[in-house]
Design a protein around this ligand. Sequence first.
Ligand code: OOG
Ligand code: NI
Length: 466
Amino acid sequence: MSNFLHPNEIRHKFSLAMSQMYQKEVPLYKDLMDLVADVNEQTLSSDVNLKSQLAHTGELERIDLERHGAIRLGLPSELATMRRLFAVMGMLPVGYYDLAPAGVPVHSTAFRATDSKALQHSPFRVFCSLLRLELIADKELRDHAEATLKKRQIFSEKVLALIDKCEREGGLDADDAHEFVQEATKTFQWHATSPIAKNFYDKLHQEHRLIADVVGFYGPHINHLTPRTLDIDAVQAGMSARNIPPKAIIEGPPRRQCPILLRQTSFKALQEPIAFQNADGTLESGHHTARFGEIEQRGVALTPKGRALYDALLAKARQNLDGTPESNPEHYYQALSESFKDFADDYRTLHDEGLAYFYYQLADDYQDKLQNIARANKDVPTLIQAGVLRLEPIVYEDFLPVSAAGIFQSNLGDKSTDDADDKTAEQALGSQAEFEAALGAKVHDEFALYQAMMDESLQSCLAALA
Ligand code: OOG
Ligand code: NI
């Protein structure tokens, strides 16, 4: 018998510690949490169907805990160790996101729990990006950036020792887990002092603001934490009312009866004072813009077929615009609603057409309903039609590259996204194989994970009916 603390519980403690740290570091995040809590309470009291749906899927209890964060790493070796750190908490890399086509010189994955039970215990996820130094054209600057990154150690000795111990012994006991959480959290804290000189920072910033955000710091500060709301339009409206300046548009699908995937908005990053260290040892003051707040509303996870339809309809809405979505939000939302008329908006159709993933559950009165069907006729469509099985949407746990690019761009500063100095990554193609080599593992396929959740729920219903 081991007395290891369960990874789910370590993840839960880590999520709370990160939230506490970020509330202290960025007080606006606390304002946002309060706003989201108000909106969620109102939404739940006015929408009984949503409330029972969330109760059935186990999300009702997790909603106030739910959040994701994001970090940006500089070196493949940092990514490899980060994977081991997250593994202690049962967070595995899921999905590959290539941001280069959108002009952001990174590629990414998301670390998260992968099965229903673990997700219900703590759904904390971290969007983790790796800088692609090879996209810096100027060789001298690239070499200087790489040499600078190689000098930093983003993990404390204690956390490295605890990762080793966990791998060696198969887990951490409560004391070790407590120390692990403290030490892991340090990796993501903010530093008001930069290890580099101001003129080097300026050069990196000129190349791409994101490169300066990584190379200019001692560690991968968490750049946002995102609570989950049940009504993002209400939050977007409420932000202005509370003097939290929102980004121009909500990313993702339009507002619908049956929410799909992920809708996101954010508030602009803060400009924060930094002390740079010049070569002669003197400090020089400057500032840096990176940390922001974000809110998300999550809907049902889509199958590959549903996702292809989503991508096509989103592209169609964007193609027909005169300017950028941000230049005319009303016009953009209209184009989006128009385009998404071709995406069924009731759960039954989404299920029957194989567009989205669902849990199968036995209805509360399934015994009565069973009487109405012939013994021989217990195939799944009949069981659903007769009301023996009920369908509940499996919530999307992942991210969207087009949305993520919009979030990145809106928070790298106030300059427009088509600035010449942000072209670094535009022509490049991502390489999942390279990313996985750095990670030291393959990323999990999100579709396979959702399919497994769906299949498992059906198997347990059928077993109960047998
Ligand atoms: C990550 C941006 C992506 C999301 O929610 O899509 C993201 C970053 O800014 O580092 O967090
Ligand atoms: Ni985010």
